[in-house]
Design a protein around this ligand. Sequence first.
Ligand SMILES: Cc1cc2nc3c(=O)[nH]c(=O)nc-3n(C[C@H](O)[C@H](O)[C@H](O)COP(=O)(O)OP(=O)(O)OC[C@H]3O[C@@H](n4cnc5c(N)ncnc54)[C@H](O)[C@@H]3O)c2cc1C
Length: 455
Amino acid sequence: MDFDLFVIGGGSAGVRCARIAASHGARVGIAEERFWGGTCVNIGCVPKKFMVMAAEYGMNAEDAPSFGWEIAKGPHDWGKLIAAKDKEIARLNGIYTRLLEQAGAKIYDAHASFIDPHTLDVGGQRITAERIVIATGGHPVRPDIPGAELGIVSDDAFYLPARPKRVAIIGGGYIAVEFAGIFAGLGAETHLIYRQPLPLRGFDEDMRVGLAEALTSNGVILHFDTTPVSVTADGQTKMLNLSDLTALEVDLVFFATGRVANTAGLGLAAAGVKTGPQGEIPVDALLASSVPHIYAIGDVTDRLNLTPVATAEGHALADSLFGHNPRTVSLQNVPTAVFSIPPISTVGLSETEAAAISEVKIFITKFTPMRHSITGRPRRTIMKLVVDAASDKVLGAHMLGEDAPEIVQGLAIAIQCGATKADFDRTIGIHPTAAEEFVTLRTQTRVSGPGEPTR
Ligand SMILES: Cc1cc2nc3c(=O)[nH]c(=O)nc-3n(C[C@H](O)[C@H](O)[C@H](O)COP(=O)(O)OP(=O)(O)OC[C@H]3O[C@@H](n4cnc5c(N)ncnc54)[C@H](O)[C@@H]3O)c2cc1C
């Protein structure tokens, strides 16, 4: 065999797995067909956050005079932002390949597919491996409506030549609300079209309500309970026809309508690897596919599609196979963030999820963030704890507000350790912060439980 391990896909999951396996002494090869670092670095978390920051700077410039700065917000240079983002991403791409090479992995800039269960075609070369890891991630999909090809998906949004004047974003998930914040913050007329009454299905209801208010106060025009019907074009102008029989004239239609696993073109049938209904690869607790020596990690398994989960899986798999340290990755209490403006961050159960299981005590605070008591910007922070009534254990922490992801990361450790509300209460706050509110929440807002309305 040419390799002990061959990894298909050089994204968050694949790079971590290959690097750690090679550092454990395994002979490792890895193929990447597009860009090292994968979705997160090139067309996901990293460039997205730079763009959110750009939008926030505009708001900070508007707010600065309230603090005495004699500055006026000028126009935004989209080209300069994209060039700065591209420069940083090129640097990150280089770091990824260097890390792999330093660990001793052999890298291939090529497409890989199965010839048989132990043989791959890697850019026309036949390569054999004892074990193979599929870490091919996913890609965005457009809805099946006439004219869908006239719209873009998130992959394209990072390379637009100019900021559109009017944009319609279709979808209510985190990518949709994040880009709504970006485009509105950078000055575009921004419409958000989603089929539910509130964005972010699956998130805590209070956060969803708060986000809808925040989007509106940032100037995003919400079209809830609405779906797209068709798109037509007249030159550069697009007409988006909606299920409520209205039509929007915009310069950009952006479909943030979901993602599917990258498994087509991998030749999985030649290897006998089974896929799920959407093409995703089901795995067992040790990340093995239906073929015991072929594994799948990260977004291609379509479970919890987040970078830290992908890297944790890659690391655990390498340790299990070559590091004499067999271990699994728990998908319980994984903290997550939505980089809307302001952001949302959450760990553990929502009120609805927790109340379906047992009686829970709900603690909520809503307030104007300190800086906006001076700027007057209409912005609210919402913080919420979901506490098991019987055991006093904190089952969920949720926050909508500035710095929420930075704050909730710390709370995730406490919740992972099984902290109780009494533990939160005896923790001294840091003053003056928003974070201290999580340890001073004394007034119970309500009790929720099976069979009771949760709001
Ligand atoms: C717009 C957007 C924003 C996001 N924001 C966040 C965020 O804020 N926080 C967060 O945690 N997560 C975020 N995510 C999700 C995160 O990017 C993914 O969970 C993560 O990148 C998954 O890593 P992966 O290694 O499984 O897949 P990927 O990073 O997608 O890597 C897979 C790689 O495999 C390559 N490949 C595919 N097929 C082949 C083949 N046959 N041969 C060779 N190479 C192949 C692809 O080119 C790709 O580089 C975001 C995603 C998007 C789209």
